[in-house]
Design a protein around this ligand. Structure first.
Ligand SMILES: [Zn+2]
Length: 293
């Protein structure tokens, strides 16, 4: 079970007791039972920095840890820091920062007495990173860090921004069709109103609108609901193609499927795609919503 830590309470306690709180940077010297105030202190201080110019000692088999292992090389060649991996100089062992602080079940060497099997570092780290105990501990670490950085305030301001954007786009993206399908009628929707507007400035559109108005029985006028739906479909297909191209070009992306029933109780699915676009100007996180109905 993940232990929930009250950030605000512990934050206060931590401030009050900072003078008395002395926790050695060496993880092997941390208390066996980590109290909430110690946990908050350690999360605020963060993992000890990776040792780069340290002469790691040889074990009895002539093997030693190398600082190269503080990083992981991804299949795309990118090097990512294992910020959770911390080394004890006193015991020549490794610990997992978040598992040592947050894991309460499935204790492993990395969270208990320390890991020093230098022959199997790569496999062990990979297996550990993907273990449920580690992922839960990392989640708790991340959540506590966020609370300590008072991100609640930032989250609220971001939510206000999203609400305001939603309101804006709801006002802009009005329905194509209105209650009437006739030109120059009240409530005939945005599509026909747009056609009327274009007819004011474009002679070809003006001529077409005049023809339709002169002959009410005309079957082919390209202004009805079918052509409007076709226009929407063509536009959506183009937008989907553009999004797929962007995602294909992105190195990092995630996909979330979100389902909700519509008014007629039919389940509708939306894909939420997040991806990072990299350019010379800087990296940008993009979000696209694709409805599959
Ligand atoms: Zn871990």
């Amino acid at each position: 079970m993940i232990r929930q830590v009250s950030a605000s309470r512990d934050h206060t306690e931590c401030n009050e007791e900072t003078n008395n709180l002395v926790i050695d940077p060496d993880p092997a010297k941390w208390p066996e039972i980590i109290m909430d105030k110690d946990r908050v202190f350690l999360v605020k201080r963060g993992p000890p920095p990776a040792l780069t110019n340290f002469r790691f000692p040889l074990d009895k088999n002539g093997r030693k840890f190398t600082s190269f292992n503080f990083n992981r090389v991804l299949s795309n060649g990118e090097s990512v820091k294992r910020n959770w991996l911390i080394y004890s100089t006193s015991k020549n062992v490794l610990f997992c920062f978040c598992c040592k602080l947050f894991a309460h079940s499935n204790k492993t060497n990395l969270s208990n007495e320390g890991f020093n099997n230098w022959k199997h570092t790569g496999v062990t780290f990979k297996k550990h990173k993907l273990s449920m105990a580690h992922m839960l501990a990392q989640k708790s670490w991340s959540e506590l860090s966020i609370r300590l950085n008072q991100m609640q305030v930032i989250d609220a301001s971001i939510q206000r921004l999203i609400d305001s954007e939603t309101k804006h786009w709801n006002s802009v993206c009005l329905a194509f069709r209105g209650s009437s399908d006739k030109l120059y009628k009240h409530n005939n929707g945005n599509f026909l109103k747009l056609v009327q507007l274009l007819a004011k400035f474009d002679p070809i559109m003006e001529e077409h609108v005049n023809r339709v108005m002169r002959d009410d029985t005309r079957k082919v006028h390209y202004l009805g609901k079918n052509i409007q739906n076709e226009i929407i479909t063509l536009l959506s297909e183009e937008i989907k193609k553009h999004i797929i191209t962007q995602v294909n070009e992105a190195k990092y992306y995630s996909i979330i499927l979100d389902c909700t029933p519509d008014l007629s109780k039919i389940e509708q699915m939306t894909m939420v795609i997040r991806f990072v676009s990299v350019s010379k100007v800087g990296n940008e996180v993009n979000v696209r919503y694709v409805s599959t109905f």
